[in-house]
Design a protein. Sequence first.
Length: 467
Amino acid sequence: MQEWPILLENGELVITSEAEQADLWSDDLINGIWPRSPVLWMTVFYLALFIIRPWEKLFPSLAPLHFERCCAIALICCVALSKRARLQMDAQSVAVLLLIFTMGLSGLAAGAPVQSAFVYVYFTLVVFYFVIRSVIRTPYELLFIVVCYVALMTVYLGKSQWEYFMNGAGMWAMGVQRLQGMDVTFSKDNALAQSVNLSIPFLYLLFWVRKPLCASWPLFWRKLFVPSLVIYAGLALTSILLTRSRTGAVGFVLCIALLAWRERKSKVGLLICSMIGVSILIGFQFLPLDIQNRIRTLWDPEAGPKIAQKSAEGRWEGFQAGLKMFKDYPVTGVGVDNFIPYRIAHVDGVALGAHNLIGEILGETGLLGIAAFALFVSIALLNCHRVQRLGARAHGQIIPDIMRQMVLSCRDVIVLLFFHGMAAHNLDRYNWLWVAAFCSLAYNFAQTSTELDNASDLEMAPWTTLG
């Protein structure tokens, strides 16, 4: 793993003047850890609403008040009025707008009703994408958002497991009790396992950058950081097992494989990933029999109930239904969120969704949707590639190295999104747009830092402001 030249003396960051303090953090921080930006904290609060969704289960009385809409409007107004926020349009932002445009066009062109609920949800994701792009002004704030994301996921999984163990909450399916989330939208076992897997690359990112990230933090928070990451790792692994999700289990193994590939040139990193992999193989033998049998159905259909095999076959049937819709409406599809109504009326009469991403996009948005989505993902991956090249050129410099690790985590999340998309129609996942925003910001920060004239300035000013 990379070590950076952080200026430390007896465990504390050395700052010799107020000018160095301003150069080092760029934006003022409270106690060297908490950003002072009100719009950034409002963004964190809205991030919590995306993940926890308190109006769905915790406080259902908030639902009639449309609490999340009020918060969204307040956030948008504050961002618009903030002198600090700055919107920068680039290829990624254009691709995002093009994607949502094709979604709206698909239903209109196919003569199908436009599903206002889906369009509204996706519109909120697009708005939040632009909020993230506008309010995050420094690399530190970008990492701070990731810290908040993992912290919120810790709360989410902790509360979900509390309800599972203490109150017997969950869902009985296929003869076993399966952990569910504390919300409704992403609470189902497979969706919950997907949420966990998509967070693990960012968990590894925080462990990787812990020294430069926590360099100016108070001693209490600095000592608490790594144990907190370990706690979340434990919650993540046990949550995937308790969901009894086969896709989640394979996705977790894929996640470890991606991390091992990233560290293939580092003996320490590869050793850590190998130890995790061996621990998984050994720990499998001590799992409850019902969980073992659930996972065994991946290679032995007879190990579990027949409904498990039927579930796998349903995904293939959903893909074929999507192909039938694509043949009927090859250019625009049948319209977003119209998969089930059209399938019932014109395909096979089955009231089920696509259960796979490709079938969903092909059937609902046609060639236009596929092209827009491919452009959207391609630009995100292109930004990842650009940051990796910048990091290779500026080897040993703090910002390019950190942003390189950021985009590697984003790339892993994109791979995991496609993997889980083989078993679930996850086009409406907020992770797609969040990762795209992170990649674009990482490229801007890496590019800005490498344009500084003096290499020493990169070491003394690792949190350079964007723009």
